[in-house]
Design a protein around this ligand. Structure first.
Ligand code: FES
Ligand code: FE2
Length: 439
């Protein structure tokens, strides 16, 4: 049972809150690289309850507090020129490190700008995502996870906004039973025609559509365990005495999960608080097979999450596109065939901050139970000055690889061997992953 103060502790992320302080120990996605590619690479962003401006000056990214240090005008409307971002009000100029370079309306010879500095955070690019570090001191190292080490042609990044707290958005990713219900399809598509769509292909080593496996085996056995990067879940659906379907999924503590999308692609997805009541998901799709078709993947997704705000076309305001007729005759949810909308409805309809004091968890929620334990433990450690899980120095980060994310059908009774071999085989056959075999 979650007490009201625990719910509060886990969900509030503004500056100075315990969870907010914990999350500031990690690199956080702040934008897609492509968002800063236009003719004016300046963007207003909100992250962890802070209003910021992100910009690119030559090859350097700057992430500064939004309000000018002079009289508080919004720097997101500033001019990108002369080696930095110039406020449109009286022309004060800032570099990417937050240093004030000029206060041009002041008398000649004024040294005022020497004392002016805006709060500035480091930004670095990985696999199509700009990550920012909002914490104190040295930023941690990046682990050698697949999504970070795969060459550019094998990854694709995208994002989308959800109108709810980050924690419930993350928790849907460690709730494997829902896939048999929320993502139930009454008919199986031709898997070949549905390449790139989750739960529509075939598992590894099988011709059976994933949609059929999920529909016909709706009481999965779920196993969870702690790992050095967070946790691993195994979801087993026994198809026959001979065959069992397995999904191996992971939490990269604190905010990302890594799941298989199909036999050759994985999804690493962060749930990043904008503030307490809204979040963006950021995904890196990583292919162990051929290079990805970025243009096709982007244009598919832009149809439901249009730029520049990446807010979904269906939302609370239109009841997520729900149609009672459709629910009666065609789909389980009455909300179309796009599983992203199903997940979005599931999370947003819980309320902007889910009241966890009123929930009743079952056996299938064991991933959620373990995750909350890890989160509360990390918050406690951080508050008492200990190093929480996944705050890594370069040595430790260099040792973290993978993690395996598998969807396949293997021999019942030998599933532990099966998923490890399956991961090893996929890496060996891959153009880029052979050298990143996990132990
Ligand atoms: S408020 Fe920005 S220069 Fe005056
Ligand atoms: Fe889902």
């Amino acid at each position: 049972m979650i007490r009201a103060e625990q719910n509060e502790l886990m969900t509030r992320i503004g500056p100075g809150t315990p969870a907010g302080k914990l999350l500031r120990n990690y690199w956080q996605p702040v934008a897609l690289t492509e968002e800063l590619k236009g003719p004016r690479p300046v963007k207003a962003v909100r992250l962890l309850g802070e209003d910021l401006v992100l910009f690119k000056e030559k090859d350097r990214y700057g992430l500064l507090e939004r309000h000018c240090a002079h009289r508080g005008a919004d720097l997101a409307y500033g001019r990108l020129e002369d080696g930095g971002l110039r406020c449109s009000f009286h022309g004060w100029l800032y570099d990417a490190g937050g240093k004030c370079l000029e206060t041009p309306a002041e008398p000649a010879g004024s040294r005022l700008c020497e004392h002016i500095r805006l709060r500035a955070y480091p930004v670095t690019e990985r696999s199509g995502i700009l990550f920012a570090y909002l914490g104190a001191g040295e930023a941690p190292a990046f682990p050698r996870f697949d999504c970070f080490v795969a060459p550019d042609e094998y990854t694709f990044a995208f994002k989308g906004y959800w109108d709810c707290n980050w924690l419930q958005a993350l928790e849907v990713g460690i709730d494997p039973a829902h896939a048999s219900w929320l993502h139930r399809f009454f008919e199986d598509e031709n898997p070949a025609a549905s390449y790139g769509r989750q739960f529509r292909g075939t598992p590894a080593d099988s011709q059976m559509p994933i949609s059929k496996v999920l529909r016909e085996h709706d009481r999965p056995e779920i196993r969870v365990e702690r790992t050095d990067y967070g946790m691993r879940l195994q979801t087993l659906r026994r198809i026959s005495d001979a065959h069992t379907h397995i999904r191996v999924t992971n939490i990269l503590f604190p905010q990302a999960f890594v799941i298989p999308m199909n036999a050759e692609m994985t999804i690493s997805q962060w749930h990043v608080p904008v503030d307490d009541t809204g979040c963006y998901w950021y995904s890196i799709f990583t292919s162990f097979g051929g290079p990805v078709d970025k243009d096709a993947m982007r244009s598919q997704r832009l149809r439901t999450y249009p730029a520049p705000h990446y807010r979904p076309i269906h939302n609370r305001a239109d009841g997520w596109g729900f149609s009672a007729d459709e629910q009666r005759s065609a789909t389980f949810t009455g909300m179309g065939f796009d599983i992203n909308i199903h997940d979005q409805w599931a999370c947003e309809s819980q309320g902007r901050i889910q009241d966890r004091t009123r929930e009743n968890l079952g056996t299938t929620d064991k991933g959620i139970v373990l995750y909350r334990r890890l989160l509360l433990d990390a918050i406690r450690k951080n508050e008492s000055g200990e190093t929480p899980l996944m705050v890594l120095d370069a040595d430790k980060a260099g040792m973290l690889t993978g993690p395996p994310a598998i969807d396949g059908i293997g021999p019942t009774g030998h599933m532990e061997e099966y998923w490890k071999e399956s991961d090893a085989k996929r890496r060996k056959q891959s153009q880029w992953a052979a050298s990143s075999l996990t132990a």
